[in-house]
Ligand binder design. Structure first.
Ligand code: HXC
Ligand code: NAP
Length: 285
């Protein structure tokens, strides 16, 4: 859906770019001509992914090991990216940690672990790159992957929910503050997109697929290419007048969950005949 090379000449850092959705979005950026830098804790994984993407797209991908929780490691990623490509233009905050659990079973450390990766990791990297852009008068774009429950909240993933809410607020707050430096910040709130990282940690066991699909009006999970296309648009100059925005891509899932009477999907068409008659009779009384 894009013109070839719309990201040519841009350098984009993707945190958590070695696996799952980060890998898919990094691949799309590289296909569109960007210099891509991927980073995560597992060196072997990011090196393998970098080679895979380069083989597919013909464009250089730099892999740099770092833990987003550690500010100096993020700064080192930025320095290596500048050294290799001359300038950095975009940051995709995608790294995350999450698992389902009743909140009262969590230790303080479990809470810290998720919040540190998701919220602290995102503001650490955003601050490092923002300082660099402002100092060097470079217009930049930050895109952060949140979730639909960043706005609604959700039980059983509470550390993730509060951290993603913080990321969304960071996006909106800095969109106002840093607009004058020509820095844009946006977010994407995906619904369920199958990845090993999420599926291993977010479902209680077999048989969840039907339950999940029934909650989604479009009755399917998302395809990685659908998210990658949106992420390409939002990091590109084509979205140049959009900032502080969050775009939901969830097949209608959260709205369906919010609508008080959407559960009436369970009523069969023939039952509606009887229900209609019964209500009309009561109307006459
Ligand atoms: C309760 C748990 C737990 C669990 C870990 N902990 N898993 N507590 N239930 N299932 C506790 C540990 O006991 C420990 O606390 C603390 O959390 C830290 O655990 P570690 O294993 O030491 O941490 P670490 O090695 O840093 O690993 C981080 C991680 C892990 C988040 C726990 O899962 C990870 O590396 N995740 C990265 C990838 C990921 O999560 N991807 C999914 C993103 S999906 P104590 O006190 O015992 O020491 C996503 C999508 C949401 O965000 C929306 C979907 C629709
Ligand atoms: P994933 O493959 O597990 O991706 C998470 C990535 O984050 C991994 O590559 C992981 O790499 C990296 N990471 C974790 N902790 C890190 C740290 N401390 N420092 C640096 N990198 C770290 O899962 P995913 O499903 O693709 O998730 C990607 C993003 O989409 C996340 O922000 C997630 O919240 C969001 N999301 C996913 C879904 C979905 O349905 N899949 C829905 C909504 C939102 P290492 O382990 O090597 O560090």
């Amino acid at each position: 859906m894009f013109k070839e090379n719309i990201l040519k000449g841009k350098t984009i850092i993707v945190t958590g770019g070695g696996t799952g959705l980060g890998k898919s979005m990094a691949t799309k950026y590289s296909q569109l001509g960007a210099n891509v830098v991927i980073t995560s804790r597992k060196n072997e994984v990011i090196n393998k992914t970098a080679d895979e993407i380069t083989n597919k797209t013909g464009n250089v991908v730099l892999a740099v090991q770092a833990d987003v929780r550690k500010p100096f490691q993020n700064e080192a990623v930025l320095e290596k990216a500048i050294e290799k490509f001359g300038q950095v233009d975009g940051l995709l905050n995608n790294a995350a940690g999450n698992f389902i659990s009743p909140t009262e079973r969590l230790s303080y450390k479990a809470f810290d672990t998720i919040v540190d990766i998701v919220l602290k990791g995102t503001y650490n990297f955003t601050l490092a790159i923002g300082k660099y852009w402002i100092k060097n008068k470079i217009p930049g774009t930050v895109l952060s992957i949140v979730t639909t429950y960043a706005s609604t909240g959700s039980g059983y993933v509470v550390p993730s929910a509060i951290a993603k809410a913080g990321v969304l607020n960071l996006t909106r707050s800095l969109a106002s503050e840093w607009g004058k430096y020509k820095i844009r910040l946006n977010a994407i709130a995906p619904g369920p997109f199958p990845t090993k990282g999420a599926w291993d940690r977010l479902f209680p066991g077999a048989g969840f697929e039907d339950k999940l699909l029934n909650k989604i009006p479009l009755k399917r999970v998302g395809e990685h290419s659908e998210l990658a296309n949106l992420a390409a648009y939002l990091i590109s100059d084509y979205s140049g007048y959009i900032t502080g925005e969050v775009v939901t891509i969830d097949g209608g899932e959260w709205l369906a969950g919010a609508g008080e009477f959407n559960w009436l999907d369970e009523i069969k068409p023939e039952q509606w005949d009887e229900i209609g008659k019964s209500i009309k009779q009561k109307n006459k009384k």
